[in-house]
Design a protein around this ligand. Structure first.
Ligand code: GDP
Ligand code: MG
Length: 217
């Protein structure tokens, strides 16, 4: 019994990794979940996910973090990959301006398909290559705040900024769920009040006119 209730108490979130090939999506995931780093490009055969359990201020969360199978290189990642996701991590490489531009088209597509239900975080990866930086922090932060996303900088190689980024995203997704619950509660309350009003109207329907009301003074 205790197990069943603890399972129902935890929140499941789907998070997708998006961004151009070679920006470090798979490296970020492996570093976060398994604390590994590989200098070779890691190829995956199919889009797949790894899971991570978190506990934030007593709220249990299961993250399913989805990684691509490299379809992004052929611009062949479609809605099937990101549908019903609660969060998206949009990764660019700080040394590669094109990879930052690519993020912008992902933001447009996600907002169009998922609206504001999805929490976005934009991540500049490979900060260990600071000397080759081509995307300024200011530009990236300004863009992120314009589109309602948060911005983080990471290095999968040196394990910097990754945990903070995942915790912040998870916190945002929890806040979003709380907001949605409050909105639903308000709607339910309004609906039940409306139902009450109807009952009252029915009960207090004016009596049918009787004959004597026309003839009296
Ligand atoms: P993906 O195609 O976006 O999944 O990128 P990968 O995770 O396969 O990484 C592509 C290449 O970038 C690999 O050679 C990684 O070793 C390298 N890489 C990933 N993250 C970092 C990082 O933080 N710093 C540096 N210097 N290289 C990285
Ligand atoms: Mg990959």
């Amino acid at each position: 019994m205790a197990n069943i209730s603890s399972n129902t108490n935890s929140q499941n979130f789907k998070v997708v990794l998006l961004g151009e090939g070679c920006v470090g999506k798979t490296s970020l995931l492996l570093r976060y979940v398994e604390d590994k780093f590989n200098t070779k490009h890691i190829s995956t055969n199919q889009a797949s996910f790894l899971t991570k359990k978190l506990n934030i201020e007593g709220r249990r969360v299961n993250l399913s973090i989805w990684d691509t199978a490299g379809q992004e290189k052929f611009h062949a990642l479609g809605p099937i990959y990101y549908r019903s996701s609660n969060g998206a991590i949009l990764v660019y490489d700080i040394t590669d301006v094109d990879s930052f531009q690519r993020i912008k088209s992902w933001v447009k597509e996600l907002r169009k398909m998922l609206g504001t239900d999805v929490c976005l975080v934009i991540v500049g990866n490979k900060t260990d290559l600071e000397k080759d930086r081509n995307v300024s922090i200011e530009e990236a932060e300004e863009y992120a705040s314009k589109v309602g996303a948060s911005h983080f900088q990471t290095s999968a190689k040196q394990n910097e900024g990754i945990e903070d980024m995942f915790i912040s995203l998870t916190q945002k997704m929890l806040d979003r769920v709380t907001e949605q619950e409050q909105q639903n509660n308000t709607l339910n309350r309004q609906n039940s009040q409306r139902r009450n009003v109807l009952v009252v109207e029915d009960d207090e329907a004016p009596p049918l006119p009787t004959k004597h009301c026309c003839g009296t003074s």
